[in-house]
Every structure is written in C-alpha cells, then in structure tokens.
Design a protein. Structure first.
Length: 500
C-alpha cells in the first residue's frame, strides 16, 4: 500500500455487542429499557438515540404550550404513578421520564447523539449489525445485537410535513412548522395565521393568543374537540382519602380506560348522539351566537381521527375573548402579505405557522437489509402490529391512536421480554413470524382501514407500511381492550413463531 492509500484508508470501526439494541429513547424506548431490566435482568442491552436527550416527541416539539392530548394516568407508564393533572406539558412529561431513568439506573444504558443509518441481518450469524454515527464527533460506530427493538416512533423527527402551496416563496414574513420552532421567536404583537385544526393548532393558538396581536386558526375542515376541566376527580378524591399512590394510579387508569371503551363503542353505535354532545361542549364555551356549525362541526364520524382534548376549553376561551379566531376556508395561494383564500378573502399575516402534520417515518429511516437483500417493509405482513413476516429478531412499538400510546408500549414490552426469555429457554437464536398454511389465502390489506382511522400522515404513507391480514393476529387492531388480555396469552409455541 502506498502512502496516499494509507492516508485514505478509513479507520477501523469499533464494534460493540449487546443482546438487545433499542432504537430511540422516547417513551417507548425508555419503557423498553425499564422492562428489560426487570423482566430479563441478565440481558445486555443498549438504547441508541439520535437526539441529545431522552423524551422523543417531548423534546422534539418545543412550540409554545406543547402538551399531551391524552391523560397522563394512561400515557404514563403502568409501573410509575402519575401525580399531576391529567393533561401535562412536555416539561412535566420529561421530568417524569427523567425520574424513571434515575430511579431505575437506566442512564448507563442510553447513548445519545447516536444516529442509526443501517441495520443488516445475517442468518449465518443470527445477528443484526447496526451502523451508527455519533453526531457530535462524526465518528462511525458499529454495533451487533441479537434482537432489535424498534422504538423509533412513527414520524420523522428532523422536519414536519408542510404542503407545497403556490406563492410560498413570495411571502415576506416567516413560515414556521411547529416541529422546528425557532428558539426565541418574537411573536409579540404580530398577526399570526396557524394553518391546521388538529391537536397542535389547538394547543398553539391559546398559548400564543395572549401575546401576539391576533391569531387566526385557518382550517380546511373542522375537527372534533373535547373540552373539560384538566382534573381527574376520582384521583383527587382518592388522594383526599390518603389512598396509596400506586393504588390511585391503578384505579384511575381502570376508570379512564373503562370510560374510553364506552365512549369508543358509542362512536360506532350512536355516532350522531356523540357528535352532538361534542359540539354542545364547544358551544358551551362559545355561546349561542357563534357559528359552531361552520367551524366546529366535522362531517366525519367522531374518532375517525384522533380526538383532541382541550383542557379547560382554553382554545375556546381565547376565541370567546376575541384574541383568536377561526376561518374555515381553503388556501388559494400565499401572497407577499399573507394568504389568499378560495372564497376570495385574504388573511394578512406576519408569521404563518404550518401545523400540518408529520412525515410518516417507517423504521427510523434506517436502511434495512436481510441477508444482503434490501428489506421492502411494505412486502411484509404484520404480526399484531409488532413483528413482521421474514424479519427475524425484531419488534416494533406502534402504539394506539384512540388510547394512550404507552398502554401499548407496556404491552409490547411484556411480549418482547417473554419472547426473549422463551428463546433463551429453548436455546433458540432466531425467531421469525410466518404465515401458517391456513393463513396463506388470507386477503392482504393496507396497514389500517381508512374507514376506521385516516389521519393525513397515514393516508400519505400507507404504501410504505406493512400489510395487514384479514385475521386479528395479522393486524394492529388498535383495540387495547382486547389486546390487554390477548397479548399475555399469546402462545409462543404457536406455528406463527418459527425458531432456529
Ligand atoms: C405533539 C405531539 C403530541 C402527542 N401527544 C400524545 C398524547 O397525548 N398521547 C398519546 O398517546 N400520543 C401522543 N402523541 C403521539 C406520540 O408520538 C407518542 O405517544 C409517543 O410519544 C411516541 O413515543 P415513542 O417513544 O414511541 O416515539 P418518539 O417519541 O417518536 O421517539 C422516538 C425516538 O427515536 C429516535 N430515533 C428515530 N429514528 C432514529 C434513528 N434512526 N437513530 C437513532 N434514534 C432514532 C428519535 O430521535 C426519537 O427520540 C403525540 C405526538 C405529538 C407529535
């Protein structure tokens, strides 16, 4: 080798081995780490996280008012009581997760600023090889692992989804996606338009209404909102009775889950009644003269899209106080000074905020290959929304839309730990799920039925997601109330699981 070649040769990449590699230190990854330490104490593992800290969603999003839209009694882990009000800020959620990490000595397992680019499975070695980069030093790192636990969430953290509207380049003000909220954005006294009608818009609008000149929520079509006090009366009552916090956590969770079950069923059984109840809840804040029919009466059945909870009706209070308003119209194009609408009206703006959603992210934008062949995820069939045909030793946490995500991340964690222990008992080094003979003629469908749930990011990206079969075990059923009983009863020696 000549001198030039020596200089150009890449440095050898350091390789570390772990039994399990968890991708992502959000609520799912930190939960996975907790469950591994408790349920598989002899298992070595590492959590790789591309960001500089834990929290996932709750550090990525830094826009004013950022908060949960489901209650923390159920969004919190099964194993750690939530002591605050049901709807929590990102800061409170991060504090709670930090306590979980500290109380269980999990920090030593988590590596931050580790961006994973590729994962390759070798059936000869029964190993995953993971290529990562340490983002602050640029160092290339290699890991091997027997099992991959994908806790990378469902959307791309680097940037949100902004549609391409005519004239955007002409707009003289700032266009901001909430996912990339600039630090120290000065919006005092400014005229702001927030495009969108989901949970993000509903959070942002009241949070900035006080300080900006005026904020308009511009929506193409209305969304259902549920407005109520941000308090759980049962939890408060039990606290007054000095009941142990672990008990309060469990009882409150059961009550919330029972109520949600009843509510979800009612949206199928009596959608019109539920619709009227939700709309009346909004009218109660806005008064009889407000045009609720135009701005807060969706055409779809409640629960077909995630239902945003508005604590203490703050969005509606801001509207009632004249600090915020809603326009239901379509964008014709951006202009130098704002947005021209299809109705012919014009909305002036200094700042336009595009609360228009996410880019669906399938498997963390990681290049996957199985025995040298690129993995086409959409060619696989999902086993209960957590494993995939032809993909060995891998599980993915995809939570619920209609119930808190963490309910499922806890359930999947129990399953993964049980599977790992089972493999150990069997001395198996590989597990792959496969269609049984009786499943072979089963119709294969899109990941989720659009009649059941159809948010924009799923509709835009459904072609990238695995297929769903026509039987519940080959679907992500989105049904916590069945899965909570079914998952612990899964027979790990069923033909579905092929061990080697
Ligand atoms: C604003 C907002 C509010 C929400 N509120 C609720 C709510 O109230 N209730 C609810 O149930 N759900 C809510 N959700 C959905 C929410 O995303 C989930 O509930 C939950 O936080 C997801 O946790 P997670 O750990 O699975 O994924 P995430 O929070 O998405 O975390 C995944 C982590 O993986 C990391 N990662 C991804 N790819 C790679 C890679 N290649 N290499 C290394 N690291 C990687 C990411 O950096 C990230 O930190 C909300 C979502 C948003 C955006």
């Amino acid at each position: 080798m000549n001198d030039a070649a020596t200089l150009l040769a890449p440095a050898p990449v350091k390789t570390e081995h772990f039994d399990v590699l968890i991708v992502g230190a959000g609520i799912s990854g930190v939960g996975g780490a907790y469950h591994l330490t408790k349920q598989c104490p002899a298992t070595s593992f590492v959590v790789l996280e591309s960001q500089a800290g834990f929290g996932g969603t709750w550090i990525t999003h830094r826009y004013p008012g950022i908060r949960s839209d489901s209650d923390l009694h159920t969004f919190g882990y099964r194993f750690k009581p939530w002591l605050g009000a049901p709807i929590a800020s990102a800061e409170q959620i991060l504090r709670y997760m930090g306590e979980v990490i500290d109380e269980n000595d999990l920090a030593r397992h988590i590596r931050y600023r580790h961006q994973i680019a590729a994962a390759r499975w070798s059936s000869m070695d029964n190993l995953w090889t993971i290529e990562a980069t340490q983002t602050d030093t640029g160092e290339a790192l290699r890991f091997t692992a027997n099992f991959l636990w994908m806790c990378q969430g469902y959307y791309r953290h680097a940037e949100g989804y902004t549609p391409d509207w005519d004239g955007m380049a002409a707009f003289k003000g700032r266009i901001i996606h909430p996912q990339n909220w600039p630090e120290n954005l000065d919006y005092k006294g400014k005229t702001i338009v927030v495009i969108g009608s989901g949970a993000t818009a509903a959070t942002l609008v009241p949070a900035i209404a006080e300080d900006c000149g005026h904020v308009t929520m511009l929506q193409r079509s209305p969304t259902y909102f549920r407005a109520a006090r941000n308090v759980n009366e049962l939890a408060e009552m039990l606290r007054e009775l000095a009941i142990d916090e672990n008990w309060i956590h469990e009882i409150t969770r059961r009550k919330i889950l029972r109520d949600q079950d009843v509510f979800a069923r009612r949206t199928f059984d009596e959608p019109e009644v539920v619709k009227q109840e939700l709309i009346e809840g909004v009218r109660a804040y806005l008064g009889p003269d407000y045009d609720v029919a135009t701005h807060f009466t969706p055409t779809y059945r409640p629960w077909r899209q995630r239902l945003a909870f508005v604590p203490d009706g703050d969005l509606f209070q801001a509207i009632a106080a004249g600090k915020a308003s809603v326009v239901t119209d379509e964008i014709e194009r951006f202009t130098e000074t704002g947005i021209a609408l299809k109705s012919g009206k014009h909305l002036d703006a200094d700042i336009i905020i595009t609360a228009t959603g996410f880019h669906l992210n399938v498997l963390g934008d990681i290049d996957f290959a199985i025995d040298g062949k690129p993995l086409v995820f959409s060619d696989t069939v999902t086993y209960r929304g957590m494993m995939f045909t032809g993909v060995p030793n891998m599980a993915w946490v995809f939570g619920y839309f209609r119930a808190s995500w963490t309910l499922r991340s806890d359930l999947v964690a129990d399953f993964v730990c049980r599977l790992l222990n089972h493999m150990k008992d069997k001395r198996a080094r590989r597990v792959t799920v496969a269609l049984r003979a009786r499943d072979k003629d089963m119709p294969l469908l899109a990941w989720i039925d659009p009649e059941n749930f159809n948010p924009g990011y799923i509709t835009r990206g459904v072609h990238l997601l695995p297929k769903r079969g026509a039987k519940p075990e080959w679907q992500h059923t989105q049904d916590y109330w069945n899965e909570k009983d079914q998952f612990p009863a899964i027979d790990l020696d069923d033909e579905v699981f092929v061990y080697a």
